[in-house]
Design a protein around this ligand. Structure first.
Ligand code: SF4
Length: 429
């Protein structure tokens, strides 16, 4: 058992409150437990208590052992001078303020129902993939929805934060930022890093200048990716090679060129080969004057799908790699890939833009788009399905992925609405 459990107990007041006394024997009444503080400083702010007949308003600090007050050096920190109640599992030592007055202390070790401690321990030490899986069916469906919504928002906010950091690095340039985000996503999981490196070393501004000559856009991307290091018998490759030699010198790109060995082809379906993805990305860049401005104009899922329904250049419609003719026609970007781009790039981008402009309509648009995208199907969504929760769309699947990765896996059940509904006094798990 740890301090976070005591926070939980204090927050929800799940302890025996009859004839409450401080460890110094004063009568104690808790009027308000206060507001949980996740920043630096005491654990709960604006707590209101009554000791004997005197009302006190201030902070509450929680520790397993009272002596941690000194271990954490609160005795030398003025931020803790307004602590009106020290809530501990055990008072192993009385604690005093700087002026020598004793801090009223509430000891909880004999006031928490053993069954509640047992249920908590059962949940956090569970070896099950989803610790609450045996009780999950008993939880009110509205609480499940609420938790999934909140997990989704947390996921989008975390992604938005990274986008805004990148925007800062790009000196507020949304076009460059969007180009980099899309490039990474075009690499999907396997070739994400080299794609990101290409976009970092080849600015969008250079590509924009050449977008009306799609062959030059391809030459810049394939050249920077390290695919154009020598002429071969393949006529198209030689053409790109010559274009790249000229453009790379002009823009001084060669020192930052990638090595072709950085790209992974192994175990990929040919349609996902990085050569095909680079060609599709080149086609997307060539098709729009300004990629971010174009995306921000698209109001729904359908228009976004149209936006990404791109077909690579003629050469890549019958080649998967340079110099090797494919047996059948190579298709453009597929539906699942488009959905992946919408889920992982467009929705977070809209949230980040909405936050930067303080425009909730953009955030609502991101959420509406996610509700229109079919659910992802992966190991995590299947785990929830086995518990009876089938995700209907990407809004659900993204929320379930976040819930699993950042709550269930971390055994953060005390921070989960579902966990809070299961961990209550007189309610064995
Ligand atoms: S975090 Fe929530 S959903 Fe996950 S196991 Fe714990 S209580 Fe269940």
């Amino acid at each position: 058992m740890g301090e976070s459990f005591l926070h939980y107990i204090w927050q929800f007041q799940y302890f025996q409150k009859a004839a409450l006394k401080t460890t110094a024997g004063e009568t104690l009444n808790i009027i308000k437990p206060g507001i949980l503080n996740s920043d630096a400083g005491p654990d709960f702010a604006q707590a209101k208590i009554k000791i004997d007949s005197i009302d006190r308003v201030g902070n509450a600090e929680i520790h397993m052992k009272a002596s941690e007050w000194y271990d954490h050096k609160h005795d030398r920190d003025s931020a803790y001078e307004n602590v009106v109640l020290h809530v501990v599992w055990e008072e192993n030592k009385p604690v005093y303020r700087m002026d020598g007055t004793r801090i009223p202390t509430l000891e909880l070790k004999d006031r928490i129902e053993p069954q509640l401690i047992k249920s908590y321990q059962k949940l956090i030490s569970s070896s099950l993939t989803i610790p609450c899986e045996r009780s999950f069916a008993d939880v009110d469906v509205l609480l499940k929805h609420a938790m999934i919504d909140s997990a989704l928002m947390r996921r989008l906010e975390a992604k938005s934060k990274l986008i805004l950091e990148r925007l800062d690095y790009n000196k507020g340039d949304w076009e460059e930022t969007t180009y980099q985000l899309l490039a990474e996503n075009f690499g999907f999981k396997v070739n994400k890093d080299p794609f990101a490196q290409v976009a970092k070393t080849l600015s969008y501004k250079i590509l924009q200048r050449h977008r009306r000559q799609p062959i030059q856009v391809e030459a810049l991307l394939f050249g920077q990716a390290g695919f154009l290091v020598a002429k071969t018998k393949d006529e198209y490759l030689t053409q790109l090679y010559n274009e790249y030699q000229f453009l790379a010198k002009k823009y001084e790109l060669i020192p930052e060129q990638l090595n072709v060995s950085q790209w992974k082809f192994l175990r990929l379906r040919p349609a996902n080969f990085p050569t095909i993805r680079l060609a599709q990305f080149a086609a997307l860049v060539s098709a729009h004057q300004s990629i971010f401005s174009a995306i921000i104009e698209l109001s729904n899922y359908k228009t976004l799908v149209n936006f990404f329904e791109i077909l690579q250049s003629a050469y890549w419609q019958n080649h998967y790699r340079f110099g090797k003719k494919a047996k059948s026609t190579v298709a453009g970007l597929g539906q699942v890939s488009i959905e992946n781009l919408i889920i992982n790039t467009i929705a977070p981008l809209l949230v980040a833009y909405g936050q930067s402009k303080d425009d909730d309509q953009l955030i609502d648009r991101a959420l509406n788009i996610l509700q229109a995208v079919p659910s992802e199907k992966n190991r995590i969504t299947r785990l929830w399905q086995a518990l009876g929760y089938t995700s209907k769309n990407a809004f659900d699947s993204q929320g379930l992925i976040e819930l699993y990765n950042n709550f269930c896996q971390k055994r953060a059940c005390l921070n989960c609405v579902i966990g809070s509904s299961l961990l209550k006094p007189n309610q064995p798990l």
